[in-house]
Design a protein around this ligand. Structure first.
Ligand code: SF4
Length: 107
């Protein structure tokens, strides 16, 4: 390997290694996020609860029967995970069985 080729190889290796280090932080993973607390000020403002079955359906703005975080348009992360990111509460994970007043049906 020539000196220049060797230098290029080392540079590319360094870039690839840096890419590996950056990769895990690119998208927040639910298991790394702290769980949203029901007494968090923003959670309280949005009436968030961990268990949607505790919410009286008649108090919901949207009358759709089955409402929880798992079937909300704003949920993120992977189907089946108990705690998942939500677009309304950045940096926190919400419970898949939870609910808040921003609930919206999936398109
Ligand atoms: Fe759950 Fe949707 Fe409210 Fe997020 S916006 S907390 S996913 S109901």
């Amino acid at each position: 390997m020539s000196k220049i080729a060797r230098r290029k190889f080392i540079q590319l290796s360094a870039v690839a290694a840096a890419g590996c280090l950056v990769q895990p932080g690119r998208e927040a993973r639910a298991q790394d996020l702290p769980q949203l607390a029901e007494d968090d000020p923003l959670a309280m403002a949005m009436k968030y609860v961990h268990d949607a079955s505790t919410v009286d359906p008649s108090t919901r703005a949207n009358p759709a029967a089955e409402q929880n975080c798992a079937n909300c348009a704003l949920i993120q992360g992977n189907d089946g995970d108990e705690w998942r990111p939500c677009q309304i509460f950045p940096g926190k994970a919400v419970n898949a069985n939870g609910w808040c007043s921003v609930w919206a049906p999936k398109g």
